[in-house]
Design a protein around this ligand. Sequence first.
Ligand SMILES: C[S@@+](CC[C@H](N)C(=O)[O-])C[C@H]1O[C@@H](n2cnc3c(N)ncnc32)[C@H](O)[C@@H]1O
Length: 270
Amino acid sequence: MRPWCTDPYADALLAGRGPLFLRRDDGWLLPLEVERWCAHADEADMTVLRRCEGAVIDIGCGPGRLVAAVARQGHPALGVDLSPAAVARTVSAGGTALCRSVFDRLPGEGRWGTALLLDGNIGIGGDPHALLRRVARLVDTGGLLLVEAASADVDERVRVRVDDGRGGLGGSFPWARLGLRALRRHSEATGWRAAREWTAGGRSFLELRRVELPGAAAPHAAVARAQVPGTAAPGAHVPDARVPGARVPRAAVPRGAVPRAGTRHGDGER
Ligand SMILES: C[S@@+](CC[C@H](N)C(=O)[O-])C[C@H]1O[C@@H](n2cnc3c(N)ncnc32)[C@H](O)[C@@H]1O
């Protein structure tokens, strides 16, 4: 069973509320903010979303509040999540989402204008370098990655389980937590240049720009198009392997030249 595909997470998304935690092997509990994830995007989220440029891919989109909000702003937007329950909620909220891992093949590789890793999602896979390198292959040259950091000054790799606090426990999987300092350090080693950082609603965010790593082959739009089923023909759809009936509208996949919107800034910018 893949992580996050177990009952405690699906049940919480279905109910729209916790309690829900990530439980470390030593018993330490990280509360998961299911109610906030299942609500509309809040003002802190909007400080991130106003910076989005071009087509937006939300990695680990959960129930899809960010996908829905950024689409309302007029950006082509796609959520990607391992959890069928999360993808179903995103789609029922009117968003577009694929039930896949960020490490699987995705539409529009190398052409996204902005990638999002919010709500602790820098922890996905438990190896921030691997994740940051993967996301660098998803966005366009000069594209944006908007990341949320842990509020504590941490740099940790752990094994966790999803725990509902009432005996419901998922399988163990690797996770990571990075504060701002560690996030800057890891991103600069993996094809990103740290730009602005800011805080809003007690949360910390960092804006990263993709740069070329010496010796790294740049992703090429034509190659990406040829590899992604359904993206070659205008108006085609990308079928999703895991959610029957879920399809990605052509409009949610970035085309070669994605126009960039202007950026606006939120509170607490440094
Ligand atoms: C901490 S939650 C974040 C929730 C989300 N940002 C929201 O708005 O509700 C992590 C999310 O990432 C998803 N996830 C975990 N590993 C993933 C992977 N390898 N690829 C894509 N999504 C993943 C989980 O299913 C879960 O929905």
